[in-house]
Ligand binder design. Sequence first.
Ligand code: GCV
Length: 641
Amino acid sequence: MNDAAWLPPEAWRAIGGRRIRVTGRGLLVDTVVDELRRACARFGGEVVRGPGGKPCDLDLGLGGDDALGPEGYELTAADEHTVLRAAHPHGLLHGMFHLVRLGDASSTGTFRPAVPRRMLDHWDNVDVHPVMGQVERGYAGGSLFWHNGAPRRDLPRVTAYARLLTACGINAVTLNNVNVHATEARLLTDRLGEVAELAGVFRRYGIRTHLSVSFAAPVLHGLDTADPADERVRHWWESTTVDVYATIPDFGGYLVKADSEGQPGPFTYGRSHADGANLLADALAPHGGVVHWRAFVYNHRQDWRDRGVDRARAAFDHFTPHDGAFRENVVLQVKHGPMDFQAREPAAPLIAAMPATRVGVEFQVTQEYTGQQRHVCYLAPMWSELLRGVHGPALAGFAAEFVAVANTGDDPFWTGHPLAQANLYAYGRLGWNPALEPAAVLDEWVTLTFPGAPARLRDALHAIMDDSWRTYERYTAPLGVGFMVRPGHHYGPDVDGYEYTRWGTYHHADRDGVGVDRTVATGTGCAGLYPPPWARIYESPDECPDELALFFHHLPYQHVLTGGGTVIQHIYDAHFAGAREAAEMRERWAEVAGLVPPEKYERVRELLDEQVRSAEEWRDQINTYFFRKSGVPDAKGRRIH
Ligand code: GCV
């Protein structure tokens, strides 16, 4: 059986002992009642349905102000009597989980999500892919939905999963990989029943189901073209979509990765991405569905010798000419950074450059480039910085919705690394309210996941996790330059692994300096794509935040950073510090033996051994590499190999 994660039975103690009244009807109200009945059976409370009757101390019902919207709720608590009101059943569901999360002590007020959709994308394959396996970039075992080409049908487990997702605020899922292979393409047609079955489970928790589709689906199903201007293609999408809604009436819509890393797209037919997205949008519109159209479009067959091409500006160049040309039910899904989910990147300039388009900001909860769920790397501080705009435009101000790539699988702890559960929880919570403090979110997660956690455990978890993203950053690629990972699987250091490849992921280190010149004056011009004041700030090596110094500039090793040290000394210092901090994490964990269930304790302990080993390998390879390139010794005389 799976770990209870942030919904162990104990988490319901605060409300499971109460006299509860629930009014209202519908599927989600039934879900609320089922949940509360289960809690009350354990903790001695009681649930009654409908108005009148016995007095209660917790009163959940509809009748809230319409301004609360479809998911909002209002809480009032006085004299041990708590009232939860929503305008719609979905609000009651969220309100109930609010009480589970936070109790009602601090809970008076109205609560609404910042954006209407907070989606989680699974990169699950139906068939096991020869290179990518069952889940692309999955570090938590197999898929929850499919195994070796067949549906798993483990619906109790999917139900437990749906509860976890809704409890942190997620309200939409895409089930399958954006790289749609031939078998997965059939989910849209003759294997739609498998999708419907899963949608039935998610629906009970207020989560709508979406599907990744191939732009070439009409061809895969027998037409000789997928050209958006061809009437037969238009008709194929319309009639296929009618069938989808006949089977899944609340189907969410299609997610498309087109003309990207080998996936088919409108470019094949000389059409634009607006033409492509609108074709699908028109088929979905009569049913209330949306297209999530990914902006991850770049030339993945670059020549490293050609310094004029810059992957970081590709999405901007492709999509800004089409601002305003997308239908209203198209969401342009843009990765948070202009490259590819590195531990440090600036915000993607495209996000702030599409005022007439609905933009969904995409995060990666699965830790492809951030330790692959073998390293502790609590990502909420990174997302929070991006959302609040610490080193660039505040993404929360531009996002019409949020999307993230899931980090879950059939691992009993859901996420491989038990502490990586916090990333999924935090994504949901920040999606609902981007202003939340990452440390406060972590505290919520600790309280729920480790009921009755003594201060010693809570302190240790904060010490290990709060700053773990910065620690990870310190021992990996320096100052925003990115990559330096082993090609293919992307784990562990390989400084030149991608330096002469076609993927456009270069660092340009030579004997004098390192970094990519993305200035307008002498480089690729990427710095100039940002709104004021960021274009000016990024352009200047003296104003550019140190965190992004090598993302925007090729700097001499002796260049003095804003923080005071030289580039080369920063590289050495950061790598010694990062590896030492990883070792300290392991020491802190050893202190909580006995305070955490043994299996969980042991899993984390083993993984921390690997994290320390890997951090030392990163430290030594990066430091040695830059010492050999630059010839500059460490000012503190530490050992460089
Ligand atoms: C699903 C990166 C990953 C790919 C992924 C791609 C994407 O390039 O390495 O595995 O493909 O991003 O986001 O589409």
